[in-house]
Design a protein around this ligand. Structure first.
Ligand code: VGL
Ligand code: ZN
Length: 185
């Protein structure tokens, strides 16, 4: 069984958002199209408390973003959220960075995603979303380590800085790099 994983398609990562990922809004129509090919669609939300350790104000590297229950943490406008099977929140512990959809950085807290997938007998994961070089990358690497077959839809992802490097890291660990047009034939 397969699932589509939509990583962090939230307003703060869109143009004019608090932590804008260049051209991330261009992914919306592509993701909406791909979604209809999947029975299971899982969306993640970066979901930080307002004093999260990753924020510059707390000594971290990012401007404040995706604060729980704010506009910025909501899904991007135009995304067909009514098609989502479920939503996974990550980055909720104020003290710990958490790029992966599966675990926080210390691997002490799990988001419940692995259990959800195993219950549904899902073994093939298709990834889209942002950012290629952070949350997509770490989620794909954890998925591979957990034994899932991982497919990354390259034109369905956008990076903050290093797209090529991120794709190469995933490929080297065993991810399959594919393009969205394979869903549109
Ligand atoms: C992300 C930086 C900080 C991401 C989340 O979704 O890739 N990047 N928080
Ligand atoms: Zn974050």
């Amino acid at each position: 069984m397969k699932a589509l994983l939509i990583i962090d398609m939230q307003r703060d990562f869109m143009p004019n958002g608090a932590l804008a990922v260049p051209k991330a809004d261009r992914l919306i129509p592509i993701i909406n199209e791909i979604m209809i090919q999947f029975d299971c669609v899982i969306a993640t939300q970066d979901w930080h408390p307002k004093n999260h350790a990753s924020f510059i104000s707390m000594g971290g590297k990012w401007p404040a973003h995706c604060i729980q229950n704010t506009e910025g943490a909501a899904f991007a406008k135009g995304l067909k959220t009514e098609k989502f099977t479920c939503t996974i929140h990550k980055g909720t512990d104020p003290k710990v960075e958490s790029y992966s959809a599966f675990f926080d950085e210390k691997k002490t807290h799990s988001t419940g995603l692995e259990e959800t997938l195993k219950k549904k007998k899902i073994d093939e994961l298709y990834f889209v979303g942002v950012a290629t070089d952070y949350c997509v990358l770490y989620s794909v690497l954890d998925a591979l380590e957990l034994g899932f077959n991982a497919f990354v839809i390259q034109d369905g992802c956008r990076a903050i800085q290093d797209e090529k490097g991120a794709f190469e890291k995933m490929r080297r660990k065993g991810a399959h790099l594919i393009l969205s047009r394979q869903f549109f034939s």
